[in-house]
Design a protein around this ligand. Structure first.
Ligand SMILES: *Cc1c(COP(=O)(O)O)cnc(C)c1O
Length: 404
């Protein structure tokens, strides 16, 4: 039987793909995607030529000097190389016998990271939406909780998870800084899962993690700010997280991973896994958690951690935090600016005092410099320090012009 070349690591195809990534693509040709499924293919090389101008040119660059708008970082090239391995090898951790190296690598990444958060294990997931669902599922089974208590600033995935799991959902008011107000928690939390947020999506606020341990189960949604724990300078912001029962982190945020990559960590992983595992049928080992097939997303994360070490990763996050500090100070010093609050975890919210029109300012800023969020009944311009390669002068110039 002849081998199908589409499944071979065709050197010419790989080289073509890399070249297309690297070279400035000819945009004079504007290819149109067919409206219906083509009956006959045009071949791999023709596809790369046709798709490169669409996919590469019509993507918002995330590592540019003025990219400072969302929680999506640029990714290091070591993750591109290892993701190419992943695509070519297509390992499935659902069947550890078919993915011996990938299974070991995920276990190793968890062994490296979990203790930093006071957790003893966990597994990788496609992001914190799934991590939050997994955590609350375990909370319901292990601690018998019937209710989820969080703040109004919690990510919508917490409400979604409560809905799916049939748990009552209560979102408490936040205080002036966007944090959960401890006095509103109530006394009896014996049937509640308390979800605290480390880095709220809108404002980057970090709830008081000293509250960990107050409820039957405490989950910390550290999707955004979790990686600060690797920095000696910023780890104190997360003090108390070690007393949580579970922690979510989105690795495709401040661990600089390609999507979709995240972690769910448990303080007692054995107990948690025992209630969220299903076995039998064609499986040689139990299927843990929400997903079925499970890719080798730990490989690019391990490669990044090996390449940079904890210090290298921390330095990049610290550089991004330094940029946020700088921008925050410039905005604070500007008489025409109203700030939402301090910047805690690299998220800055501000609005023009007079112009009043957030959208006009936004339209004056380069694409990717700011996003818009609504909080406390007001609309705010939002910057997020996901990109350590941003240039503060390049960002500040259009902002100061827009405020003139
Ligand atoms: C981004 C985010 C999520 C959702 O994570 P995904 O990785 O996008 O699924 C949950 N909680 C917070 C606080 C977030 O910032």
């Amino acid at each position: 039987m002849t081998k199908d070349p589409s499944f071979l690591a065709d050197r010419a195809g790989l080289e073509y793909a890399l070249e297309a990534l690297l070279k400035a693509v000819d945009t004079t040709r504007i290819p149109v995607l067919p409206g219906t499924l083509p009956q006959n293919g045009i071949g791999e090389h023709a596809v790369l030529s046709a798709l490169a101008p669409i996919v590469l040119d019509r993507a918002q660059p995330l590592g540019e000097a003025q990219s400072f708008a969302h929680m999506d970082p640029p990714t290091p090239w070591i993750t591109w190389a290892t993701s190419l391995w992943n695509a070519a090898l297509n390992q499935n951790l659902l069947h550890p016998d078919l993915s011996p190296a990938a299974t070991e690598i995920e276990a190793r990444v968890i062994d490296w990271l979990a203790p930093l958060y006071g957790m003893d294990g966990g597994h990788m997931v496609p992001g914190s939406t799934i991590a939050n669902l997994t955590a609350l599922w375990a909370a319901r089974e292990v601690a018998g909780v019937t209710k989820v208590i969080t703040s109004q600033a919690a990510h919508l995935s917490v409400a979604k998870a409560a809905h799916m799991l049939g748990l009552e959902f209560k979102a408490l008011d936040t205080n002036h800084y966007g944090r959960i107000n401890p006095s509103t928690l109530g006394d009896d939390l014996s049937k509640s899962a308390l979800v605290l947020t480390a880095g709220t999506t809108s404002a980057g606020a970090i709830d008081d993690l000293g509250l960990c341990g107050r409820a039957a189960w405490t989950h910390v949604d550290a999707a955004w700010a979790g990686p600060l724990q690797l920095s000696p300078e910023y780890a104190p912001l997360l003090a108390g997280i070690e007393n949580a029962d579970s922690v979510s982190i989105s690795a495709h945020k401040w661990f600089f991973q390609p999507k979709s990559s995240g972690l769910i960590l448990f303080s007692d992983n054995k107990k948690a896994e025992s209630v969220i595992s299903f076995g039998g049928a064609y499986l040689s080992t139990a299927n843990v958690g929400v997903l079925g097939s499970h890719g080798a997303i730990a490989v690019p994360l391990l490669a990044t951690l090996l390449a940079w070490g904890q210090n290298g990763l921390a330095q990049r996050i610290e550089r991004a935090m330094g940029l946020a500090d700088d921008l925050w100070r410039r905005l604070e010093a500007h008489p025409g600016v109203e700030l939402f609050g301090r910047q805690e975890s690299g998220v800055i919210l501000w609005r023009p005092k007079n112009a009043g029109d957030v959208d006009t300012v936004l339209a004056d800023l380069p694409a990717g410099a700011a996003s818009v969020t609504r909080l406390g009944g007001k609309r705010w311009l939002r910057h997020v320090a996901a990109n350590p390669n941003a240039d503060i002068e390049a960002l500040w110039l259009p902002i100061s012009r827009a405020l003139e």
